[in-house]
Design a protein around this ligand. Sequence first.
Ligand code: PRP
Ligand code: MN
Ligand code: MG
Length: 182
Amino acid sequence: PTYGKEDVKEVLYNAEQLKEKAKELARKISDDYKGKDLILIGILKGSVMFMTDLIREISIPCHIDFMDVSSYGNSSETSGVVRILKDLDFEIKGKDVLIVEDIIDTGVTLKYLMKYLSSRNPNSLEIVCMLNKAERRRVDIGVKYIGYEVPDYFLVGYGMDYAENYRQFPYVGILKEEIYKK
Ligand code: PRP
Ligand code: MN
Ligand code: MG
């Protein structure tokens, strides 16, 4: 691998399509959460690009916070075990919480997080994701806002990695198979 764009087989969504989708989702969120105490929680590290695109287009007051959890490590398959590496800085009791994710795959990470965060009694708790890989779902979770439905390819860029590489690409690309298969 070169860790450059040569490792990408095909661009699935370009930067413009992602920005446009983030804008559309931000508009809906701004409508739905008018008058509420909105806090967006980004799940590190994959969500960083989506988070910054989203909040720039949200037109109502909101706060942001981040959590870091570990389930995949450096492997391409989820381990099913979720560890909390960084918890929230702020209390969410009574607040309207929106979890921000780049992609939902098996749903294991979010299933765990929803349970964990709901025990702190937020007023509401919902999820927004840019990409949804529905065919890979292993556990049931309700996702309020979805950007794009995606097929089961190994995707990188727009915050998403393979072994911590490729996160910086402004587009979502399909990683060449030879990079992750030996
Ligand atoms: C990826 C992605 C989601 C999670 C989805 O994160 O950003 O957070 O996996 O997978 P799941 O639905 O099967 O639980 P990852 O754990 O790779 O960490 P990262 O965001 O730091 O890359
Ligand atoms: Mn992630
Ligand atoms: Mg990852």
